[in-house]
Design a protein. Structure first.
Length: 463
């Protein structure tokens, strides 16, 4: 026989580490997006700043153009190039052209501007092998001695503006990195604080006495509540299982002490009895007491089994008619009351309930055994459905127990807890009551005092 090895509990990445890793990944993705945005913003800001310098230089040159004696005179202002000199590493080029593209002053081989509507326009082109940015501004003259358009082109290489874009982007990334690290550290502190209740819960469980299976109480975060409820439910099931074992041991010691002592005394008497007739009578009594003791043990074990299965057995949808049929066909009537007949009355339509087949069958057998032992013929077993309630009932012609006994019916070892008020341990009805309680039902007693007495196991009809 091979034993299944106990599953090894291996720790994985902690919840705090997972949350911090997730937040770190989120911050990294957000940082990349913000870095791209910062780079785009840096380029745009640098371009706008240096474009304003180009516009100022071009307008200064255009405003310095005049017409003298029919000729275009360009008096280059120093202020135009002073603005562009703010970027000392860049090269500056200019060109002033008259009507028909005639060069008036400046560089002749500057790239021509694209077609435009007449207003200022920017364009990108190379200058001496370097990328450069150009602006074209035109000024129209309409005088008697001269009529036409004078065009001013001013260009500048891109070194300074690229340096400015990188500087803006770098500073923005530094701020983003510092902010991201600060947010990550803050998130770590928040996560550690948020997971603190789990550590305190673990400490409470660790400090508990091994025999303490009472539910955990106190205030817990909403997300932790299902886990605490699951732990409480599990401890509740363990407590019921331990309680069942304790009661079984206690009941066994209580109920077996006197019968075993009596059996021993009768066995001693039978062993030393010289009269064969009296010895036979003693053996008969020993046999009867042994049968009763065996029945008591069976009931005690059945009750322990029912309580155990009530917590551990899987619920299934069953037809209550099959449970009644199984109880009648189990053969108990012939064993309990030889020659007794049991009438079975079930409906044609199924009566579905949710429960455990073995436990429900045991409850039905105990109801039937109780009626056969302590009731009066005829005995009937039936199944009926009224609305949302299903009933498995056992009926006999007896008066049923007294009102005092009925008040305590279902308790263990209640003397006289039988239909007729005779002797009995009360375990049979205790088993049926435990089964009803385990599956959300109840035991119901009706009749007596001139009417047939009926014990019924009432359960909710399954969907």
């Amino acid at each position: 026989m091979s034993l299944t090895p106990m599953a090894e509990l291996r720790p994985t990445l902690s919840l705090g580490a997972r949350l911090v890793a997730g937040l770190g990944a989120l911050l990294a993705i957000g940082g990349v997006v913000l870095a791209l945005a910062a780079f785009a913003y840096g380029r745009t800001a640098a371009r706008e700043a240096f474009d304003r310098l180009l516009v100022g230089a071009a307008n200064d040159i255009a405003s310095a153009i005049s017409i003298r004696e029919g000729q275009v005179v360009v008096d280059l202002p120093a202020s135009a190039f002073q603005l562009l000199a703010l970027a000392p590493e860049d090269r500056v080029a200019y060109r002033v052209s008259g009507p028909g593209g005639k060069l008036l002053t400046g560089y002749e081989d500057l790239p021509d501007p694209p077609a435009r509507g007449g207003g200022p326009a920017f364009y990108d082109a190379a200058f001496l092998g370097e990328p450069a940015r150009y602006i074209v501004v035109s000024r129209r003259f309409a005088e008697r001695s001269f009529s036409g358009r004078v065009e001013v082109v001013v260009g500048q290489t891109l070194r300074a503006r690229n340096d400015l874009a990188r500087d803006i982007t770098g500073k923005a990334l530094v701020v983003l990195a510092i902010g991201g690290l600060a947010m990550l550290l803050l998130a770590l502190l928040i996560v550690r604080g948020a997971l603190g209740p789990l550590d305190r819960l673990a400490a409470r469980l660790e400090a508990r006495d091994p025999q303490d299976l009472t539910p955990l109480d106190g205030r817990v975060p909403r997300e932790v509540l299902p886990m605490v409820q699951g732990i409480n439910g599990f401890m509740g099931r363990l407590d019921r299982q331990f309680g069942t074992m304790r009661r079984l041991i206690s009941d066994t010691a209580h109920q077996l002490r006197n019968p075993v002592a009596a059996l021993r005394a009768q066995a001693d008497l039978a062993r030393d009895e010289p009269d064969p007739e009296r010895q036979r009578l003693l053996v008969t009594r020993i046999h009867a007491r042994t049968v009763g003791l065996g029945h008591l043990l069976d009931q005690m074990l059945s009750r322990a089994m029912v309580v155990h299965r009530g917590d551990s057995a899987r619920r299934a949808v069953l037809d209550l008619r099959d449970i009644a049929l199984a109880a009648v066909e189990a053969g108990d009537p012939q064993l309990i009351a030889e020659g007794a007949s049991v009438a079975l009355e079930i409906e044609e339509d199924p009566v579905p309930v949710r429960g455990d087949e073995l436990s429900l069958t045991e409850a039905a057998k105990n109801l039937l055994s109780n009626a056969l032992k302590h009731g009066q013929a005829p005995v009937r077993v039936g199944v009926s459905q009224q609305g949302r309630e299903a009933r498995l009932w056992v009926e006999d012609a007896g008066p049923g127990p007294s009102a005092e006994v009925r008040a305590r019916l279902g308790e263990r070892f209640v003397a006289g807890a039988a239909q007729g008020g005779g002797s009995g341990s009360g375990l049979g009805l205790s088993i049926a009551g435990a089964v009803a309680e385990a599956f959300g039902g109840r035991l119901e007693m009706t009749g007596g005092e001139g009417a047939p007495f009926r014990m019924a196991l009432v359960l909710e009809v399954a969907e």
